[in-house]
Design a protein around this ligand. Structure first.
Ligand code: MN
Length: 733
């Protein structure tokens, strides 16, 4: 562990004056420093240093992040409320409300415990307060991160137990926040320090392993840097190039998390190239890929698609000499800044520009997409894991900037665009589930009304009602979304379960009809064997499918018993005869525009059905014959063609049509085909089958009646699904 050197006031001002020159700003910072020094006078840290040195170091870290004068002043003052007799009011008088508020907010966060023995709800509530503070003013978190970083750097003076507690909290709460804000310089240092205190043995083991091969790795990197430098110089590009080392915790994390071996991680040699423009980045990538073989799939363009913490860079992995693998990052100076200092770099204080904390906060919300658009919440049932719960909490809280109230004055924080339903689920799950109406500021409003800060919301509930699927279209919080989805999923299961007995009975009946004993064929072993065939997960889904007829009970019987029903000629005849009986002679349903009545008939060559693209042919003496426009007989006709149209659709009207089914020959094929046709409710007029002994295929021709083209297409699609069928076509006569 490297010893960290404590900085002095002079160091702070040297750092500050690099970007702040205005006398009144410098004076403000100096006044805050002197005030804090006086207030902490006599207090000592465990290190034996005066307490004030902590404040100096925190201010220094903030200055390194180039934050504004008020934030640095608040950095000097951050512990005066907590550790001295100074009050917020006094700070307001001495400085200004802005600084007083920053210090107060930092003090409040300092009081939160994230690793107490209390219940998870309590801890979650504390996380929540932290996130709310961040959502309100990111400067509070920057001060808190600087404070935590210095405390971590000086943790050796604390008793071992406290070291572990603080380190765990840092790793769980503060390092992730630094990461989210893109401040990787602080994140990495916090992680390595925490790692050291939490698992010293492992820390030293990895540090040692990194050391052993360091000379060798450095040599490879030196060589590669020299080669790439030559390459880029040749092309006249301005650049900086350097090797970089991974921090120990990230090595450890990759080993544990991705189950990688040590050498797999350490063998990766890492190089970074920093250049002037975005275009240069792509140019450099091009030259490198032309000179070295890139590993496929490893190119990441975070310039075009920045990470949610604004990180931008090109990443590629190439194979260098001697087969060594190099990770190369290419980025501009500005991107490099943002990669190191994230939010702080992007909104770094610029003297002379009009600074407005609220505008900055709004910009941050817009720029850091996770502020409002946290990863979609996937847990869809009530018993989500703690981590999922936290995710939801984070999302819903980060976004919170609408504060609505219950009639009793309880404040409910909601994201922008939230509705009374979001509000209801925040109050209580049952209130959400049974919500039927909302009264906002004494007026009844629709449930999808957008709420605003200050709205007083009263939810009307009714017993035995449930959420509607439509609510999912307008709710904004993950909490509401996941609760609604969980409820609907549960209802769906219940609904399915109700149909199970019917499906069970249908299957048993069908088995008995075929002479099988249902109890023998519907045991677990038999059923388990057929689920995948019918695309279901369990017996509930199978029986439900049978009951609602999305699964064919005949097919289930056949699968279960491994037998097909023998052809029954009588059944077949019955199907066909049924068709004959239903035949309805009717007008053909076609007219010639502008002509009242005309003798018309359908062409028997192509047999048009309702919906076909049609054309009329004026015959000599037989009126108009209606053909499909693509009828081969019409192709050569140039004259005597006339425009014809279908009349309004009429459910009674039926059209003859022919289809032909080509299939591999097998037993009971005809039965299955006839069954499929009859299920489509298309009466059959004639069926014939011919087997081709050479190809072992069967062609079945069916003449049937159909309402329209759509029904025909559905029928053809269904026939294509029958086992062994190769093709189904509509035929001419
Ligand atoms: Mn402190």
């Amino acid at each position: 562990m490297a010893e960290t050197v404590s900085v002095t006031m002079d160091d702070v001002f040297r750092e500050v004056e690099k970007y702040i020159q205005r006398p009144e700003s410098i004076a403000l910072i100096r006044r805050a420093a002197e005030y804090a020094e006086k207030k902490h006078e006599g207090q000592m840290r465990k290190s034996g240093e005066p307490y004030f040195s902590h404040a100096v170091n925190v201010a220094y870290i903030l200055a390194e992040l180039n934050v504004g004068p008020s934030t640095i002043a608040a950095g000097f003052l951050h512990d005066v409320i907590e550790d001295t007799d100074v009050t917020k009011e006094e700070l307001e008088k001495e400085f200004d409300p802005e600084i007083a508020e920053l210090v107060e907010a930092v003090t409040k966060i300092g009081a939160l415990k994230f690793h107490s023995k209390d219940d998870p709800e309590y801890q979650a509530a504390n996380h929540r307060k932290l996130f709310i503070a961040m959502a309100r003013d990111v400067r509070v978190i920057l001060i808190k991160l600087a404070d935590r970083l210095h405390n971590m750097r000086t943790l050796q003076y604390q008793p071992p137990e406290k070291q572990k507690r603080i380190a765990a909290e840092t790793l769980d709460v503060y390092a992730p926040i630094a990461h989210r804000l893109g401040i990787s310089a602080i994140k990495n240092e916090l992680e390595d320090l925490s790692f050291y205190y939490l698992d010293r043995e492992e820390y030293y083991r990895i540090a040692h392993l990194v050391d052993t091969k360091k000379a060798e790795r450095d040599e490879y990197i030196r060589q590669m840097i020299s080669d790439i430098s030559d390459l880029l110089t040749e092309h006249g590009i301005e650049f900086r190039i350097f090797g970089r080392s991974k921090h120990l915790y990230s090595i450890y994390h990759k080993m544990v998390d991705r189950h990688k071996r040590f050498d797999e991680i350490l063998d990766l040699l890492a190089i970074r190239i920093v250049t002037k423009t975005e275009l240069n980045c792509y140019e450099i990538l091009g030259y490198i890929h032309a000179a070295y073989r890139p590993i496929p799939g490893r190119l990441k363009d975070y310039i075009a698609v920045p990470k949610t913490n604004m990180y931008q860079s090109l990443h590629t992995t190439i194979i260098g000499d001697a087969g060594k693998i190099f990770e190369v990052q290419i980025r501009t100076e500005e991107m490099d800044e943002i990669a190191e200092r994230g939010v702080a770099a992007h909104w770094r204080y610029k003297e002379g520009s009009k600074y407005d904390a609220r505008v900055e906060q709004k910009e941050i919300e817009e720029r850091l997409s996770w502020f409002r658009d946290f990863a979609a919440f996937t847990g869809e049932n009530e018993n989500t894991s703690a981590s999922e719960y936290m995710e939801t909490l984070q999302r819903d809280v980060f976004e919170a900037n609408v504060y609505a109230m219950t009639p009793k004055g309880r404040v409910i924080d909601l994201p922008n665009g939230a509705t009374p339903i979001d509000f209801a689920y925040r109050v209580h799950t049952d209130v959400g589930h049974t919500a039927v109406g909302a009264i906002v500021n004494d007026a009844m409003v629709p449930l999808n009304t957008e709420l605003h800060t200050g709205d007083v919301v009263q939810i009307k509930t009714m017993k035995n009602t449930g959420p509607s699927e439509d609510w999912l279209k307008f709710v904004k919080t993950n909490q509401a979304k996941s609760k609604i989805k969980a409820y609907l999923a549960r209802k769906e299961t219940e609904r399915k379960a109700e149909k199970v007995p019917a499906g069970e009975k249908m299957l048993a009946d069908e088995l008995r009809k075929r002479g099988f004993d249902p109890s023998e064929y519907t045991d677990k072993k038999h059923l388990d064997g057929i689920y995948s065939h019918f695309n279901v997960a369990n017996s509930t889904d199978l029986y439900y499918g049978i009951a609602v007829r999305t699964i064919n009970v005949t097919s289930v019987c056949e699968k279960l018993t491994n037998q097909k029903r023998p052809v029954n000629d009588e059944t077949l005849a019955a199907f066909i005869n049924r068709g004959e009986k239903k035949r309805i002679p009717s007008r053909i349903g076609v007219y010639v525009p502008g002509i009242e009545s005309m003798k018309m008939s359908l062409g028997q060559c192509c047999l048009p059905v309702y919906g076909d693209d049609i054309v009329g042919y004026v015959t000599k003496g037989e009126g108009v014959k209606v053909h499909r426009r693509d009828c081969p007989n019409m192709a050569k006709m140039q004259q005597r063609l006339i425009d014809v149209r279908w009349e309004e659709e009429d459910n009674e009207r039926m059209y003859d049509t022919n289809i032909s089914v080509l299939s591999h020959d097998r037993s009971f094929l005809l039965t299955d085909i006839v069954t499929a046709v009859s299920q489509s409710k298309a009466p059959m007029l004639k069926v014939s089958a011919a087997v081709n002994q050479e190809t072992l295929t069967t062609t079945i021709r069916i003449k049937l009646q159909i309402h329209d083209l759509e029904q025909l297409h559905i029928l053809i699609a269904n026939l294509r699904k029958v086992d062994s069928v190769i093709d189904v076509i509509r035929e001419s006569n």
